[in-house]
Design a protein around this ligand. Structure first.
Ligand code: HEM
Ligand code: HEM
Length: 291
């Protein structure tokens, strides 16, 4: 998949999610904003109630999307024979799409009424989605190969050194300027960051990096470089800053990601188990949708 096709793929997923969410909200606005006592008299009640033709269908489709989103990613990640079937990161994007839109459909299925034991499934679903967002953030802090495997320290240091070589050889930056840039980008400054202070450090880092880039820009003004060249150099310095931080925080992030997995999975299991009980109970009570 080229970068352009990948952008189109992401845009289609994003637009589909937004259109579905807004479409149902607009269609059911009148019903969802009616109080529980008066809903019975609303013309959309028979369609949008959890057991209604549309409401029930949304529950089934949403749950199916989540099941496909979780199982497809887990299978693709674990079965070696499938390792050539698209990039893992694209499968993760598909997981995120199905496991975001699926819960939105389930939310509409509940018609914003969270009663009974199945509400545990609902709130577990909310917890998995929220923890998913945090997990995604940690995931992108750990540099990976194109295949989605974590890069080693050695690979990352090599990449970092290559950027310096590129700045020296392609952009012909002199040693003094290179020294100035390297001075700002010290991996070791991160090693003393305690585990619990990672996020605080990252926020501080964001502002610190802005001021470092400003200083680098200022130093570049002393050189006879055209606007285009300067922009390119700044872009490379930016990527070097990000890489430096990622190398510095690699161990902590890997540890955090391990803990995150331990928290994410149980909620997913609780949600699935109670969902299965809920589905069995509703089928036993004779709710079979359109079949
Ligand atoms: C994680 C997935 C699901 C969640 C969180 C969920 C949640 C809920 C909630 C909160 C209600 C309303 C309960 C109430 O009226 O107090 C409900 C009702 C219902 N759900 Fe689900 N649901 C899910 C999936 C499904 C699926 C896959 C089906 C069908 C195969 C289904 C079928 C029904 C039916 C038929 C009702 C109406 C029951 C009644 O009126 O007594 N649900 N669901
Ligand atoms: C109901 C919704 C969701 C469920 C049930 C779910 C379930 C899972 C499960 C079971 C895994 C473990 C996969 C494995 O180890 O192979 C996983 C991984 C992951 N999920 Fe979700 N997820 C949901 C939503 C989300 C969302 C909304 C996001 C992001 C916004 C997300 C991001 C991730 C990430 C980053 C991983 C780690 C991938 C890896 O380590 O390779 N998830 N999810």
């Amino acid at each position: 998949m080229t970068n352009k096709i990948h952008s189109i793929y992401l845009s289609i997923l994003f637009l589909t999610g937004v259109l579905i969410t807004i479409g149902i909200a607009v269609y059911g606005f009148d019903y969802y904003t009616t109080s529980m006592e008066e809903r019975f008299f609303n013309p959309l009640h028979n369609l949008l109630k959890p057991s209604g033709t549309v409401g029930h269908g949304l529950g089934i489709i949403g749950s199916f999307m989540m099941l496909v989103g979780v199982s497809s990613y887990m299978i693709r990640k674990r079965v070696r024979r499938l390792s050539r079937l698209g990039l893992l990161k694209h499968w993760l994007e598909f997981h995120i799409f199905l496991c975001t839109v699926g819960p939105i459909l389930v939310l509409y299925h509940t018609a914003f009424k969270f009663g009974g034991i199945v509400s545990i499934s609902f709130w577990s679903m909310v917890a998995v989605v929220l923890s998913g967002v945090i997990g995604r953030f940690i995931y992108i802090q750990i540099p990976r190969t194109i295949q989605g495997h974590e890069k080693s320290f050695e690979e990352l240091n090599e990449e970092n050194a290559e950027i310096t070589i590129r700045l020296r050889e392609k952009y012909k930056l002199d040693e003094k300027l290179l020294f100035t840039i390297e001075e700002f980008l010290i991996v070791e400054s991160y090693t003393s960051v305690p585990f619990r202070k990672i996020f605080q450090t990252m926020v501080k880092d964001y502002f610190k990096n802005k001021s470092i880039l400003k200083k680098i820009k200022k130093s570049l003004n002393n050189y006879n470089l055209n606007k285009f060249r300067k922009k390119e150099i700044i872009k490379i310095c930016k990527s070097k800053l990000v890489l430096t931080r990622r190398i510095g925080l690699l161990r902590s992030m890997q540890k955090l990601f391990k803990y995150w997995h331990i928290a994410h999975l149980p909620f997913a299991i609780i949600m699935l188990v109670i969902m299965l009980i809920h589905v069995s109970v509703t089928v036993l009570f004779g709710y079979t949708w359109i079949f």
